[in-house]
Design a protein around this ligand. Structure first.
Ligand code: NAD
Length: 509
């Protein structure tokens, strides 16, 4: 792992290149272009508040250009021999690896995520997403075949058309590859609208794809605000589907915006995920997983376990250890490989997260650790001390609302039924984590807990072929393996007669 000094050196060189290039432009039909409005917005770093770059602020006119380019390119890209598509996706993966050195530090500086995670997103997970879906291209169009006496029915899948991909700021690079790779593999063309708070690495990704030989217009990037560029993308009639990752309220806006053009939508939204620790669990492993699943990625992780539901018999012992460990989490410059928690995405979000300290205290919960901004040398950044709150109940706001920061709420339970009731008491249902050595009990709870994904005796470890997504207000649809192709493709049934079936004769007698 590169040192802080090496990462900073790499970042300085990338920032010099970005400055030389001037304003960060849109990428439409294979070319870097300005926005119709000629307006820009300033993108700043959560690390030190300094400007990273001016970025074009696009509106419906730019989206229209990009959507038309994607619609034109769809006519040919959707017909490209799957073997050729596969080869291009493999080359994109290789190019991401080529740029990985640049991606990690830039993403850390742009999003505040520690380099230990952003390095993996650029060097490992991004290319893995492309290779995984490339390997499945040959079978993506495959369907069912159901022969009967007089007919042969078979189905095939075909790409749905140009799609819009709207991503959030918490893990911008990895989430973009996760959405874009299956769309391209399916034969769709894309218009990507990256989050305005972390737009930088989207351009390296598009460059990596372009250099891999992707035809012009297949991959377009349009920068701007959600209420203008994002909204226009969801309303454009050439765009057949929207894959969206972000907040639950934004998801419902998108559903309304896309209603007139009957958009197919795929939503990965918010969460308030429970981790239930029973008294018979391996408490040391559970402790490591609880801490990792809340404080990694600065707590800005949709799958994070933000509610620890602890059995009363182990409550005091577990909380004591938790308190010691949370107080020792290393907060600092995200470019430092030793840093475990970096700054939150922007000042407004830092203030929102800290506002939950008062909310928790007013409701009668106790702040055991943290609950403050980090001062001193780090005060120019948007840092929040890893925070631990205990004495939380499901009636409290802190037990219900997504804080999306390094903020863990501890709740107590006595019986299995009570643990399930607390777990299911929120409007969300993305993930759940269960810790117990009693297999039958763990399976019962996994069955009854309202979540799209459940891990037993584990933190979130992703298998790309398994369905990823939430229930309740955490999302609509599933990603991963064939589930992704189901979203990006239409299934067509074709029925062929053997020539032996009866045809009713009207007007014949
Ligand atoms: P956000 O909803 O504010 O923004 C996400 C994207 O939507 C941005 O690109 C934004 O510009 C765009 N947008 C905003 N308003 C829009 C509109 N009216 N029309 C079209 N686009 C619009 O989310 P965020 O604050 O960037 O991200 C944090 C949220 O994302 C959290 O709630 C988190 O739980 C969620 N998230 C969920 C998953 C998951 O897999 N379920 C993964 C990561 C993040």
């Amino acid at each position: 792992m590169a040192t802080l000094a090496e990462n900073e050196k790499q970042l300085r060189s990338t920032l010099r290149r970005i400055k030389k290039e001037g304003v960060v432009k849109n990428f439409i039909n294979g070319k870097l272009v300005g926005a119709a409005s000629r307006k820009t917005f300033e993108n700043t770093s959560p690390v030190d508040g300094k400007k990273i770059a001016d970025v074009v602020s696009s509106d419906h006119r730019d989206i229209d250009k990009a959507a038309k380019a994607a619609a034109k390119a769809f006519k040919t890209w959707s017909k490209v021999d799957p073997k050729e598509r596969k080869a291009i996706l493999y080359r994109i993966a290789e190019n991401i690896e080529k740029y990985a050195k640049e991606i990690g530090p830039l993403e850390s500086y742009d999003s505040g995520q520690p380099i230990r995670f952003t390095k993996k997103a650029g060097a490992l997970r991004g290319p893995a997403n492309f290779r995984y879906f490339a390997d499945r291209i040959l079978d993506a169009a495959n369907g069912l075949s159901t022969p009967d006496k007089h007919h042969m029915n078979f189905s095939m899948r075909q790409p749905i058309g140009p799609v819009g991909i709207i991503t959030p700021w918490n893990a911008p690079f990895m989430l973009s590859t996760w959405k874009i790779a299956p769309a391209l593999a399916a034969g769709c063309t894309i218009v990507h609208k990256p989050a305005e708070d972390s737009p930088m690495t989207a351009m390296i990704l598009a460059k990596a794809a372009h250099e891999a030989g992707l035809p012009d217009g297949v991959w377009n990037v349009v920068h701007g605000m959600g209420h203008s560029a994002g909204k226009a993308l969801t309303e454009h009639e050439d765009i057949k589907a929207i894959a969206f990752v972000g907040e639950t309220t934004t998801g419902s806006h998108i559903m309304r915006q896309g209603a007139a053009t009957l958009k197919r939508v795929h939503f990965e939204l918010g969460g308030k995920n429970p981790v239930i620790v029973f008294d018979d669990a391996d408490l040391d492993r559970a402790l490591d997983a609880v801490i990792f699943m809340k404080y990694s990625l600065n707590g800005q992780r949709c799958t994070s376990s933000s509610r620890l539901i602890l059995h009363e018999k182990v409550y005091n012992k577990f909380v004591k250890k938790l308190k010691e460990r949370v107080a020792k989490i290393k907060v600092g410059n995200p470019l430092d490989p030793k840093t475990e928690v970096g700054p939150l995405i922007h000042r407004g979000h830092q203030e929102k997260v800290l506002s939950y300290v008062k909310v928790a205290e007013d409701d009668g919960a106790n702040i055991l650790v943290g609950g403050k901004a980090v001062g001193g040398k780090l005060s120019a950044g948007c840092y929040v001390k890893p925070t631990l709150v205990e004495g939380v109940t499901e009636k409290m706001r802190i037990g219900q609302e997504e804080v999306f920061g390094p903020f863990l709420s501890v709740m107590k339970f006595k019986t299995e039924a009570q643990a399930i009731k607390i777990a299911n008491s929120v409007k969300y249902g993305l993930t759940a984590y269960i810790w117990s050595k009693d297999g039958e009990k763990a399976h019962r709870v996994a069955r009854d807990v309202e979540a799209g994904m459940v891990w037993i005796n584990s933190q979130n470890v992703r298998h790309l072929s398994q369905p990823f997504g939430g229930v309740k207000q955490s999302g609509i649809g599933r990603d991963g393996g064939d589930y992704s192709f189901d979203f990006y493709m239409e299934t067509k049934n074709i029925c062929v007669a053997y020539g032996t079936h009866e045809i009713p004769k009207l007007g014949a007698s």
